[in-house]
Write a protein that binds this ligand. Structure first.
Ligand code: NDP
Length: 502
C-alpha cells in the first residue's frame, strides 16, 4: 500500500506486472484511504500456479495438524495484537463504525481459534472405519485437503468474510489464492502480512487484488484450481459457477438475501413492555446496522396487522434518531454506504419503491447535515404498505431500506416469509414459544433467529437455501468444504478374486 508492494505471490511481495494501481476511497469523506497495486490476469495466473506448486509439493498438507492448529492460534494472537490498526483500516475502507470493526476483528480471531481447536484436538473429522464383514479388510473413509482454493470475498465484511475461508482452508491443509473486493482490499493486505509473520509457508497463501471482472477468468476458469469459495452477489456467483463448470471445479457460493423479520402481535399482547421494545429494537438494528449493507439484514418487516401501525410508528421514531456519521467518530452509530456508485443504486431503489406505490414513512433522502456532504451517506428509510408484487420487496437493495408487509394469520406470515427466491436468514418475534418453534421450522432459510436477530457463532454453519447459495461456511461443515473424501480398502491378507476361472 502507498508505494509498498501489495500482491503476495509465491512467498514474495510484488507490484502489479504492468505497474497498475488503484485508489481506495474512504466513503466517509471521499478521500483516498490508500493506493494499492492492481493485479493483471497474468499476476492472477502466477498466483494460481504458485498455489498449485505448493500444494503438489505436498509439504503443507503433510504438516501435522497440531502444527497447523498452532499456526492458526498464532494468527489469532497477532490479530488481537493489531486489533486497533486493523479495525481502523476496515473503518476507513468500508465506512462502518470503529465499534463494529472492532467486533469484526474479534470475530475473525474467534474463527481462527475455532478451527485451531477443531483440527487440533483430533484432526477434525478424520473419517470412519467400516466393517465390511471380512476381518482381513480395513475399510476406512478419510478426509484430505481438497487442493488449491480460490477465495473471493465481498466489500461489506472484507476481513471477516475472508477469514471464514482462509482459516478452514489452512486448517485443512489447502493452498490458496485470496482475492478481496477491489473496493475494500486494505485489511486483507494487512492481514496477509500477519499470516506471513505467523509463519505460513511461502506460496500457501497468495494474494491478488483487483477488479473481479478482470481477474475472474484467470482465477476460476482453470483446471489448476480445485475449489472456489465465493461470497458476493447472485449475478457474480452465477457467472463464477458457469466459468468453473468446464473444469468441473467444485464451487461454494454464499450469495445475497432478502430476509424476512416476522413480528407477531403477541409480543405486545403479552403485556410486558420488554418484548415489544426488544422487537422494535431488533428490527431496527437488523435492518439499519452498517447502513443495511449486510447479507443477512432483516430488510422485510412482516408484521401482524393488529399491531402494525403502532409498530411502524415506534420504529420510525427510533430510525430518525440514528446518529449517522464518519465511522471513526465514536458518536456515530452507523456510517456511509460503501461508495458513491452504491449510494446511487440505493437511491434508484428508493425511487422505484415510490413509483411502485409503497408509502414512504421516513428517510428516502441523503442527510441534510453539511458535515456529511462529502460522504456517501443515506438516511434510514422505511416503506409501509408494501406487497410481493413490488421489486423493492423482492430484490436485495443492500442499503438502509426497510419494507413493511402485513399479515393476519400464522400461515400467511409463513407463506410471506418463504415467498422469496433467496433463503439466507429470517427472524421471528413472538411471546408464544410453541408458535415460535412451529414457525422457525416452517421457514426455508439457512439461519433463523427466534426472539433475537443477527447473531452467529464460528461453531455453527452459515449459508443459504435457494438462491442464497450452496455449501456452508463456519462450523464443522465449513472445514469439510475444504476436504475431499477418500475411501481406502486395505486387504491385509490378499487372495485371488476367483471370478475368472481360466
Ligand atoms: P459482488 O458479487 O459484486 O463481488 C463479490 C466479489 O466477487 C468481489 O471480490 C468482486 O470483485 C468479485 N467479482 C466480481 N466479478 C467477478 C468475476 N467475474 N469473477 C470473479 N470474481 C468477481 O458482490 P459485492 O462485493 O457487491 O458484495 C455484496 C453482495 O455480497 C451482496 O449480494 C451480499 O448479499 C453478498 N454477501 C453475502 C454473504 C453471505 O454470507 N451469503 C455475506 C456478505 C455479502 P470486485 O469487487 O473487485 O469487482
Amino acid at each position: 500500500m502507498d508505494g509498498e508492494p501489495d500482491l503476495y505471490i509465491g512467498g514474495a511481495w510484488r507490484h502489479a506486472s504492468d505497474g497498475g494501481t488503484r485508489d481506495v476511497i474512504n466513503p466517509a469523506d471521499g478521500s483516498v484511504a490508500g493506493v494499492v497495486d492492481e493485479a493483471t490476469p497474468d499476476d492472477a495466473r502466477q498466483a494460481v500456479a504458485a498455489a498449485r506448486a505448493a500444494f503438489d509439493d505436498g509439504a503443507w498438507r503433510a504438516t501435522p495438524v497440531a502444527e497447523r492448529a498452532a499456526l492458526l492460534d498464532r494468527v489469532a494472537e497477532l490479530l488481537q495484537r493489531d486489533k486497533e490498526d486493523l479495525a481502523a483500516l476496515e473503518t476507513r475502507d468500508t465506512g462502518k463504525t470503529l465499534a463494529e470493526s472492532r467486533i469484526d476483528i474479534d470475530d475473525v480471531t474467534s474463527v481462527f481459534r475455532y478451527y485451531a481447536k477443531l483440527v487440533g484436538v483430533d484432526g477434525g473429522d478424520t473419517g470412519r472405519i467400516i466393517d465390511v464383514g471380512n476381518p482381513a479388510v480395513i475399510s476406512r473413509v478419510v478426509r484430505e485437503p481438497i487442493g488449491v482454493c480460490v477465495l473471493i470475498a465481498p466489500w461489506n465484511y472484507p476481513l471477516l468474510q475472508m477469514s471464514w475461508k482462509i482459516a478452514p482452508a489452512l486448517a485443512a491443509g489447502c493452498t490458496m489464492v485470496a482475492k478481496p473486493s477491489e473496493v475494500t482490499p486494505l485489511s486483507t493486505i494487512a492481514f496477509v502480512h500477519l499470516l506471513e509473520e505467523a509463519g505460513v509457508p511461502p506460496s500457501v497463501v497468495n494474494l491478488v487484488q483487483g477488479s473481479g471482472a478482470v481477474l475472474g477468468e484467470a482465477l476460476t476458469a482453470t483446471a489448476e484450481v480445485d475449489f472456489i469459495s465465493f461470497t458476493g452477489g447472485l449475478a457474480t456467483g452465477t457467472t463464477i459457477s458457469k466459468m468453473a463448470a468446464d473444469n468441473v471445479t467444485k464451487v461454494a457460493v454464499e450469495l445475497g438475501g432478502k430476509n424476512p423479520h416476522i413480528v407477531f402481535a403477541d409480543v405486545r399482547d403479552a403485556g410486558d413492555g420488554d418484548s415489544w421494545a426488544a422487537a422494535v429494537d431488533h428490527v431496527l438494528t437488523g435492518v439499519f446496522l452498517h447502513s443495511g449493507q449486510v447479507c443477512s439484514a432483516g430488510t422485510r418487516l412482516i408484521v401482524e396487522e393488529s399491531v402494525a401501525d403502532d409498530f411502524v410508528t415506534a420504529l420510525a421514531a427510533r430510525a430518525e434518531t440514528i446518529r449517522i456519521g464518519d465511522g471513526m467518530d465514536p458518536a456515530s452509530e452507523t456510517g456511509p454506504l460503501v461508495s458513491e456508485q452504491h449510494r446511487a443504486k440505493v437511491e434508484a431503489y428508493v425511487e422505484l419503491g415510490i413509483s411502485e406505490g409503497a408509502k414512504l414513512i421516513t428517510g428516502g433522502a441523503r442527510p441534510a447535515d453539511p458535515a456529511l456532504a462529502k460522504g456517501s451517506f443515506y438516511l434510514p428509510t422505511i416503506f409501509d404498505r408494501c406487497d410481493r408484487s413490488m421489486r423493492i420487496v423482492r430484490e436485495e437493495t443492500f442499503g438502509p431500506i426497510l419494507t413493511v408487509e402485513r399479515f393476519t394469520t400464522e400461515a400467511e406470515a409463513i407463506a410471506l416469509g418463504n415467498d422469496t427466491e433467496y433463503g439466507l436468514a429470517a427472524g421471528v418475534r413472538t411471546s408464544d414459544a410453541a408458535r415460535g418453534e412451529r414457525v422457525v421450522r416452517a421457514l426455508r432459510h439457512g439461519t433463523v433467529w427466534l426472539n433475537d436477530f443477527g447473531y452467529y457463532t464460528a461453531a455453527a454453519e452459515w449459508g443459504g437455501f435457494g438462491k442464497s447459495g450452496n455449501g456452508r461456511e463456519l462450523g464443522p461443515t465449513g472445514l469439510t468444504e475444504y476436504q475431499e473424501i477418500k475411501h481406502i480398502w486395505h486387504n491385509t491378507a490378499p487372495t485371488a478374486a476367483g471370478w475368472f476361472k481360466g
